[in-house]
Design a protein around this ligand. Structure first.
Ligand SMILES: Nc1ncnc2c1ncn2[C@@H]1O[C@H](COP(=O)(O)OP(=O)(O)OP(=O)(O)O)[C@@H](O)[C@H]1O
Length: 235
């Protein structure tokens, strides 16, 4: 029997703001090179959880392990250097640089021509390689930023609403290319768009009022009565 050791492991992770508990006792494992999704209504604690994983916010209690390293209290820079890359909801790119230059600037180690081509092709930007970032439409800026995070050659890629502001076709293309990352990098995506989450076929965790109310395949989640109640607004 093969035992998969989780790459990222959260145990009883909590975060309070004053007396308000934004995240309470979250325990979850993210396996190596798996696709994972975190969903939940507005204010459920999704971004707070991601912020704790990448070191933007300290945990109030509980532990976060990356491999066998405890990263719960580490600075964001140190966590990034260990191999956890984060893309925020609003694209932040170098507007006057070309797509390829943006990738080179983001790379932690020099990218070979093959690595560069692979990233360009993954995020559908091969034909735009020499386009100045400021001239890209919003959707391609989102992809550029995912490419910039991939240029760091991370072990974990954290994405906060990568489909924000994208068209239906762009959203579908995004889930298609994220699926190709399975087997290459551990991906954790926060999303609101249920069609996208269904398409992604990822391990899905549902947060509600800061607590995990369900975790499993998207089919399990979709058929879970409590999750349906939460999304239909009955709780
Ligand atoms: N710095 C902060 N100070 C005080 N309260 C905060 C802070 N950051 C988040 N919160 C509160 O914590 C709760 C969880 O917020 P969070 O942004 O993590 O939710 P979310 O699930 O990502 O929501 P959304 O889907 O709307 O982005 C919210 O009630 C929010 O107002």
């Amino acid at each position: 029997m093969t035992v998969t050791i989780p790459l990222l492991s959260l145990r009883n992770v909590s975060r309070s703001f004053g007396t308000f508990k934004a995240v309470t006792d979250v325990s979850e494992d993210f396996g190596p090179e798996e696709l994972n999704c975190i969903i939940g209504p507005n204010g459920a604690g999704k971004s707070t959880l991601l912020n704790m994983i990448c070191g933007t916010l300290a945990v109030s209690s509980g532990s976060i392990h990356f491999g066998d390293e405890s990263i719960g209290g580490m600075s964001g820079d140190k966590i990034a250097r260990l191999g956890i890359a984060r893309k925020f909801q609003v694209p932040s790119v170098f507007p006057s640089l070309s797509v390829v230059e943006n990738f080179h600037v983001s790379a932690s180690n020099a990218l070979s021509a093959n690595e560069l081509d692979e990233i360009l092709s993954t995020v559908n930007l091969s034909v735009d390689r020499d386009t100045t970032a400021s001239e890209l439409p919003h959707g391609k800026k989102q992809w550029l930023e995912i490419g910039m995070a991939l240029s760091m050659q991370p072990k974990v890629l954290l994405l906060d609403e990568p489909t924000a502001g994208l068209s239906v076709d762009e959203t579908r293309a995004t889930s298609e290319f994220l699926r190709t990352l399975r087997g290459k990098v551990t991906v954790v995506v926060i999303e609101h768009d249920m069609a996208f989450v269904r398409d992604l076929k990822a391990h899905t965790m549902v947060l509600h009022h800061g607590k995990v109310i369900a975790s499993g395949s998207f089919e399990d989640i979709e058929n879970n009565d409590l999750v349906r109640d939460v999304y239909l607004g009955r709780r």
